[in-house]
Design a protein around this ligand. Structure first.
Ligand code: SF4
Ligand code: FES
Length: 154
């Protein structure tokens, strides 16, 4: 796991590059903050904190999270509480979107990851399985899934 932090005086944005599915949801929603191709690629001063938080809550893979410095919310998926129920959406021509607390184990039962949100590969092309890395798009993966309209940002 490699989590990088990007800070302003009031907010720290955390990005876990290993589980980012490169959906571009963040860049399409707040291009002044999430700027692929620039360094640093996240500018936490580029929009009000609440807009950044709302965009992070929409990150489908859980790669983005934030901590507000005033109330010291710990690292996690924003203000969202972990959910007991696990919901899986099978996106057309895209990954499994998992929402809920999930523990990913290896063959010996060792905990690899515990996440509250994830995009999991179902095309077989990801280089970071079981997570989706966006390779389904370059690989032209097509499958109707269970949602007839593919999610535009997956
Ligand atoms: S998965 Fe999250 S961090 Fe990665 S590009 Fe999409 S919205 Fe941004
Ligand atoms: S579903 Fe995204 S890389 Fe396989």
């Amino acid at each position: 796991m490699s989590i990088r932090d990007y800070e302003s005086t009031s907010l720290t944005v955390h990005w876990d590059d290993e589980i980012c599915s490169h959906s571009a949801h963040c860049a399409k929603t707040l291009p002044g903050v999430f700027r692929p191709g620039e360094r640093p690629w996240i500018d936490v001063t580029g929009a009000p904190d609440d807009e950044i938080a709302a965009t992070i809550d929409g990150c489908p893979s859980g790669a983005l999270s934030y901590s507000r410095k005033d109330d010291e919310i710990p690292v996690g998926s924003g203000d969202q509480e972990p959910e007991d129920d696990v919901v899986v959406r099978v996106w057309g021509s895209g990954p499994y979107e998992v929402v809920g607390t999930v523990r990913i184990l290896d063959n010996d039962g060792n905990l690899i990851r515990e996440v509250t949100k994830a995009s999991l590969c179902r095309c077989g092309l990801s280089k970071v399985k079981p997570f989706c890395d966006g390779s389904h798009k370059d690989g032209n993966f097509t499958d109707p899934g269970l949602f007839r309209t593919p999610r535009a940002d997956q």
